[in-house]
Ligand binder design. Structure first.
Ligand code: NAD
Ligand code: UGA
Length: 434
């Protein structure tokens, strides 16, 4: 079985590497020659735990190759995956499908009869049909199967998520498409991973509905956290006990500075926009979207209030990636928070184990530090924004001794008031009395 993967970003690279690890012959295509060149010499282009080992093993064993030449990849493929980006369109909520359409046109020009074309990118309802018709119009009489195969991996645990998904969703229109996809995912089905076989439109809806539901869940617990602060509750206890109810589930009940990343913000915007366009407004999703934007600004305000109370001008930020174990800063809450601080004239010192290179370009006014210790030195307020393991067991007395002020704001509830007591720090967390 030969696989072509068009688009070698977070999803395309992880999927390509994992399919090669299953023993398939995989050719990954990217239009960015630098990405292709670096991956070809086994250098990872993103930070993702476990990726480096699988990349080098499969390149060395000649199951995985990289190219900018789509014809080379598509020519011999049984299935051609499209994994290009679908960012928010500038000035609007809907997804920009131009990369999808461009990839479809390029595939159409070189495809062979009988191939399966599977969209892995997250796309608006109806996109698979539009792509199918576009390819048909470009190559009339050449048979192919259109498949919608949304991806549910998370950054930071992408390899594990790909290898052990909760389900594989296959939207298909014919038996050939379904059968080829069954063969592609056979290694997972051997482990009893459920396969959901459905229509193209349902597969597209399942992806958006799943992401939006999780985003709403995060926004919900963030609102409960706000209430806990006002009434003297502890959101950690509340969320833990809520999560014990099997109907609710414990995951995605961690309060924080708001959800970020390349998917929840853009996918909630896109679903809300689809709902408005099609006359079925997604009011819960719209609310989550608005609450999340407001939350990031509220987080910046909390920092400024504490800074004023300290009478200081310097803030240390620990963690700028949108979540731990990734170098991805797309729509990270830290970007809004730091942006507001800089706008207010605050001196910002920041550290992140992996994301500083990407963040440096977007946040030029920040003093990027080589370690958490460098960042907190001389700071009046220290803010833990991303819960990297490296920040989970900080010597808090040392933090306190290095700082010019005493305030620590823990936006991920990594520590507890009891742990902070006696360190000299004045502690503020999320959803708990200060
Ligand atoms: P990305 O921006 O990291 O990667 C996209 C890659 O596609 C880029 O390297 C770009 O150069 C390349 N590309 C664009 N057009 C191309 C073309 N015509 N030919 C060859 N290469 C081309 O994007 P991503 O984060 O991997 O997301 C891809 C899709 O998967 C999106 O729809 C996203 O919503 C979805 N998704 C992402 C994740 C995630 O964790 N990032 C998880 C599930 C689903
Ligand atoms: C998310 C989904 O979890 C994946 O299933 C999906 O495939 C992916 O989007 C996508 O479509 O791209 P990801 O964005 O990588 O994955 O990361 P998550 O772990 O979902 O976290 C998203 C954001 O929510 C982060 O900013 C995180 O800090 C925040 N979050 C998450 C919370 O604030 N609290 C939680 O309890 C969980």
């Amino acid at each position: 079985m030969n696989i072509a993967m068009i688009g070698t970003g977070y999803v395309g690279l992880v999927s390509g590497v994992c399919f090669a690890e299953f023993g398939f012959q995989v050719t990954c295509v990217d239009k960015d020659p630098e990405i292709v060149e670096r991956l070809s010499r086994e250098e990872t282009t993103i930070f993702e735990p476990g990726l480096e080992l699988l990349l080098s093993r499969n390149v060395r064993e000649s199951r995985l190759t990289f190219t900018t030449d789509i014809a080379e990849a598509v020519g011999s493929a049984d299935v051609v995956f499209i994994a290009v980006g679908t960012p928010s369109r500038r000035g609007g909520g809907e997804a920009d499908l131009s990369y999808i359409m461009a990839a479809a046109d390029e595939i159409a020009a070189v495809m062979q009869p009988g191939q399966v074309i599977a969209i892995k990118s997250t796309v608006e309802v109806g996109t698979n049909e539009v792509v199918r018709d576009r390819i048909r119009a470009a190559r009339p009489g050449v048979p192919f199967s259109m498949v919608s195969n949304p991806e549910f991996l998370r950054e930071g645990s992408a390899i594990e998520d790909f290898m052990r998904p909760d389900r594989v969703v296959i939207g298909a229109e014919d038996d050939h498409g379904r059968e080829i996809m069954r063969r592609v995912y056979r290694p997972l089905f051997l482990r009893d991973t459920p396969m959901v076989s459905t229509t193209l439109a349902n597969a597209e809806l399942i992806k958006y509905a799943s992401n939006a539901f999780l985003a709403v869940k995060v926004s919900f617990i963030n609102q409960i956290a706000d209430l806990c602060e006002k009434v003297g509750g502890d959101v950690q206890d509340v969320a833990r006990a809520m999560g014990m109810d099997g109907r609710i589930g414990a995951k995605f009940l961690h309060p924080g500075p708001g959800f970020g990343g390349s998917c929840f913000p853009k996918d909630t915007r896109a679903l809300a926009s689809i709902g408005r366009k099609r006359g079925a407004r997604q009011l819960l999703v719209e609310a989550a979207e608005n609450l999340n934007e407001a939350r990031k600004l509220d987080m910046a305000e909390r920092i400024l209030t504490q800074l004023r109370a300290e009478g200081g001008d310097t803030v240390a930020i620990l963690g700028v990636a949108f979540k731990p174990n990734t170098d991805d800063i797309r729509e990270a809450p830290s970007l809004t928070i730091i942006g507001k601080l800089i706008e207010a004239g605050v001196k910002v010192k920041a550290h992140d184990p992996e994301a500083m290179e990407a963040a440096r370009k977007l946040l030029p006014g920040v003093d990027w530090c080589r370690s958490a210790w460098d960042a907190v030195s001389g700071a009046h307020v220290t803010v833990l924004v991303t819960e990297w393991n490296a920040y989970r067991a900080l010597d808090l007395r040392r933090v306190s001794a290095l700082m010019a002020g005493t305030t620590m704001i823990d936006m991920r509830n990594v520590y507890s008031p009891a742990e902070i007591a006696g360190t000299g720090l004045s502690y503020h967390s999320i959803g708990r009395a200060s």
